[in-house]
Design a protein around this ligand. Structure first.
Ligand code: CAA
Length: 254
């Protein structure tokens, strides 16, 4: 992970595992938590931009190779810990976080963008929650926040098909605020951050808190439980193995 101050008040955090398309393992989640909490506690920092390194991905999801051999209890814990350290943490930060989606934002990657306060996309971005194609469900808040952003019907379709949508469709769905040429994405994120930073940081923090207060928390607990439950299935073992072996899974529903 690379932390860079773009100005006195604006920080860019780049997730830096390009060989694995910036997949989120526990170490990266812990590092992000540390960097974001430092930004949150620093009164000088008034906005944060999140981006993925390399040309291909924002974040291609949670690290499948890390969790594929987990037990249901470990799966549930992975989801709960991740939600606490990163996804809920970001959502509740008083320092606004802008997700600059510079490529694939899949699974945990889209979930991190959904937890952020503003989402902007490059024309090359592709977004989706493909977890059911691995025999599991979104476990970092995706079953809750996607519906909050784009409505239950569209969220249901995206999660059940596991299909990716492109940046234009994401814009039409209201999932991203703007779509810009790839090379202009960071400039657009800076411009958006500057517009935010003209306003009262105290009022911004309170506005975030008030907006978040509209949404209940029960569904997130259910999601972690069901995420763990999926780890007990044959389909989960088959789906994750098929991903690593680069073949189509043969699901049986067991
Ligand atoms: N976890 C671990 N490794 C991943 C990964 C992930 N989520 N996504 C990509 N990688 C790795 C690949 O295994 C590959 O590694 P090796 O070179 O060591 O084999 C490397 O990144 C490059 O990826 P590809 O060769 O697959 O690149 P591609 O251009 O052919 O395909 C892609 C790109 C369509 C994004 C494809 O990589 C892909 O489908 N990735 C997985 C997406 C996914 O299913 N995400 C959801 C994860 S589950 C989750 O997030 C659960 C949750 O909610 C908590």
């Amino acid at each position: 992970m690379i932390v860079k101050n773009l100005s006195d008040h604006l920080q860019l955090i780049t997730i830096n595992r390009p060989q694995q398309l910036n997949a989120l393992n526990r170490e990266v989640i812990a590092e992000l938590h540390r960097a974001l909490s430092r930004a949150e506690e620093d009164p000088q920092i008034r906005a944060v931009i999140l981006m993925g390194s390399g040309d291909k991905a924002f974040i291609a999801g949670a690290d499948i190779k890390e969790f594929m051999h987990f037990t249901p209890e470990e799966g549930k814990k992975l989801s709960e810990e991740g939600q606490r350290l990163l996804f809920d943490y970001v959502e509740q930060m008083h320092t606004p976080v802008i997700a600059a989606i510079n490529g694939y934002a899949l699974g945990g990657g889209l979930e991190l963008a959904l937890a952020s306060h503003v989402r902007l996309a490059s024309e090359r971005a592709k977004m989706g929650l493909p977890e059911v194609s691995l025999g599991v469900i979104p476990g970092y808040g995706g079953t809750q926040r996607l519906a909050q952003h784009i409505g239950k019907g569209r969220a249901m379709e995206m999660i059940l098909t596991g299909k990716m949508i492109d940046a234009r469709k994401a814009y039409d769905y209201g999932l991203v605020g703007e779509v810009v040429p790839h090379e202009k994405l960071l400039d657009k994120a800076v411009e958006t951050a500057e517009a935010i930073m003209k306003n009262s940081p105290a009022a911004i923090g309170l506005a975030i808190e008030a907006i978040n207060a509209a949404y209940g928390r029960d569904g997130f607990k259910v999601e972690s439980e069901l995420f763990g439950k999926a780890f007990a299935t044959e389909d989960f073992k088959e789906g994750t193995r098929a991903f690593v072996e680069r073949r189509k899974p043969n699901f049986t529903g067991k």
